[in-house]
Design a protein around this ligand. Sequence first.
Ligand code: UDX
Ligand code: UDX
Length: 458
Amino acid sequence: MKFRKNILCIGAGYVGGPTMAMIAYKCPQYRVTVVDINPIRIAEWNSDDLPIYEPGLGEIVKATRGKNLFFSTDIEGGIRDNDIIFVSVNTPTKTFGAGAGMAADLQYWEKTARQILQYSESTKIVIEKSTLPVKTALAMEKILNYTKNSISFDVLSNPEFLAEGSAIKDLENPDRILIGCQDTKSGLAARETLVEIYANWVPREKIITSNIWSSELSKIVSNAFLAQRISSINAISALCEKTDADIAEVSKAVGMDSRIGSKFLSASVGFGGSCFKKDILNLVYLCQHYSLHEVADYWESVVRINQYQQERFILNMLTTMFNTLAGKRICLFGFAFKANTGDTRESPAIYITKRLLEEKAEIVITDPKALKNAKADLTGMEGQVSFVEDPYKAAEGCHAIAILTEWDVYRNLDFQKIFNTMTKPASIFDGRNIIDHKRCFDIGFNVYPTGKPALTHS
Ligand code: UDX
Ligand code: UDX
């Protein structure tokens, strides 16, 4: 069968995999290939056991794989045979040299640009899907158009706004699709090609365009704003705990102002995920680079409050459990950075485990999807940690439960049954405010919600 367009994506991760699966699903007339340097990841994408857990993903991969969606390690052939190339390789925070701990590490990105240049035999549209510092497209264009031959490259910025756990829903019905391009004849034509792809299922009015730098910056700023809301509500949760106000009530009252809105105002143990911290630090670095130190400080405080919220959680456990956690068994309900994903990148659970182990507590971890990643994250960490799939078994003999992920399954557990098997006094620290606190208190637990008065028996 002859396909109308041949699309490639380099990087088969949380962003590249689901995004390309959705394009293939919505556009049977296009052939979509996803390549990656990691052969294990590609083998998993080609198996029944996909490398990432995402509700609805399995179904759309099943419907398209082998028909118009292909996963391969042949990066060279992929570049040669496709005219539209999405780049979705990772851009982690730099761990070395100038900007270490803040700036984005662009080595994979640049390597990919050079591969595209090396293997291209015809004109290409190259699309930045990865989140990148402003002006990266310019660097990419310089690399790609360095040798003056007949092949030309147009670079577009098309950031991805999907959230994990709801990726398929977000991809199917996005709030907006943003496409940034250079204001040149070929840049505008390339943009139109990309608009055409999305227009297969996204209403035209939701496909917005901008200059390329605005597009790059909008992605980072969107994540910074979302994270800022969480740090704002978490900062107020600390005040609520001191004043007997209730963060859920405050958040409801504040969020009902239509100018503020109700979303992203749930107090928690802190935000995690691969993007928020990395992107804010990236923004901070950018501001420092331009000597905008006050602006840099302002955004950095969002990350500081997030760290403070996690440390506060630990100190609360320590002080309420008689100032010692040594030898106490503590069960973590949830290790993923949010519900409906197995992803644990930057999950508050990692820091909390580390701190509890420093206090010499024994840790039992349960999570419906993230135990494999949790084990990998904690490899080499000293102390007693065990992994138990069943939350009832996990809590047996424990002194406390810390709820770290808002999995639905934890809302409806039989807490009486759990209480009966725990060491007394038994405590619950609800880092997500998802359980019925009053009921758990009535059962006999000491209950410590986030941003609400504690319910204790003594
Ligand atoms: C990541 C970042 O988190 C996000 O901010 C950015 O927008 C896109 O990259 P994600 O898909 O979640 O998003 O990353 P990850 O799951 O690590 O996937 C990246 C993939 O790129 C990996 O499978 C990796 O093997 C692959 N890769 C990396 C290449 O194929 N080539 C490289 O040179 C480097
Ligand atoms: C985020 C952005 O939402 C998405 O647009 C972007 O493309 C990638 O980064 P993601 O990290 O997958 O997506 O998840 P998100 O739903 O934003 O949650 C991030 C963290 O904030 C999670 O740890 C979550 O539990 C936490 N959170 C979210 C809160 O603590 N309170 C809230 O009210 C909302």
